[in-house]
Design a protein. Structure first.
Length: 188
C-alpha cells in the first residue's frame, strides 16, 4: 500500500482580492457604525424629544404644594344670588347640563324646595352628582347660599336671601340687647 496524501487546497470564503478588500473595509466600517449608534442611543436620553414639555416646568408642577393660600379682601361686599348664578351656576343650570335642574323649572325644583334651603345649600357646598363642591367656584359659603335661594325662588320657592355673616351676628346681637332691655327696664 502506498501512502499517498492527497493534499486538498484549503478554500475559505474569500476567493479573490476584491473580496479581501471588501472584508477588510467591512471589518472596520461596521464596528464604527455600531459604536456611533450605541453612543447616540445612550445620549438620546439627555435631549428632549420633539414636542416634549419643559422638564423644569413639569417638575415644578409635580412637586408643588398640595394646598395654597389665597389672600382675599375680607371687607369686599358679598355678591347677590343673581350675580353668583350668572357667574357660576348658569353654565349648567341654564341648560340642564349633567342633570342639573333648569333655572325656573318648577317641576324640577319642587322636590328640592320641599327639602328646604338648608338641604339645597348643603348640596351646593358639598357637591351633588356631577356638580363639584361649590359648583367649582370661588365664592363664599354665604354667596353660594344666596345663589341657591335665587335659583329655588325662580322655581317657585319663597326663601329669604341669606344675610352676610357680620350682619347676621349684629342682628342677633341687637336682638339679644333688645331682649335684655325690657328685662332691665322691668327691674327698675
Amino acid at each position: 500500500m502506498s501512502d499517498t496524501h492527497h493534499e486538498e487546497a484549503h478554500t475559505g470564503p474569500i476567493k479573490n482580492p476584491k473580496q479581501l478588500l471588501i472584508a477588510v473595509l467591512a471589518s472596520f466600517v461596521i464596528p464604527i457604525f455600531a459604536i456611533i449608534g450605541l453612543v447616540l442611543y445612550v445620549t438620546s436620553e439627555n435631549k428632549p424629544a420633539a414636542g416634549a414639555v419643559d422638564t423644569q416646568k413639569a417638575t415644578a408642577a409635580r412637586i408643588q404644594k398640595v394646598g395654597m393660600v389665597e389672600v382675599r379682601d375680607a371687607n369686599r361686599p358679598l355678591a347677590n344670588g343673581e350675580a353668583v348664578y350668572k357667574a357660576q351656576c348658569a353654565a349648567c343650570h341654564a341648560t340642564g347640563a349633567a342633570g342639573a335642574p333648569k333655572f325656573g323649572d318648577a317641576a324640577a325644583w319642587g322636590p328640592r324646595i320641599v327639602a328646604g334651603l338648608d338641604a339645597l345649600v348643603n348640596s351646593a357646598l358639598k357637591g351633588k352628582g356631577a356638580m363639584a363642591p361649590q359648583g367649582g367656584g370661588d365664592f363664599s359659603d354665604t354667596e353660594i347660599a344666596r345663589a341657591a335661594a335665587f335659583m329655588a325662588n325662580a322655581g317657585g320657592a319663597k326663601f329669604q336671601e341669606p344675610a352676610a355673616p357680620a350682619a347676621a351676628a349684629s342682628a342677633a346681637g341687637d336682638g339679644a340687647s333688645a331682649a335684655m332691655a325690657p328685662a332691665s327696664g322691668a327691674s327698675q
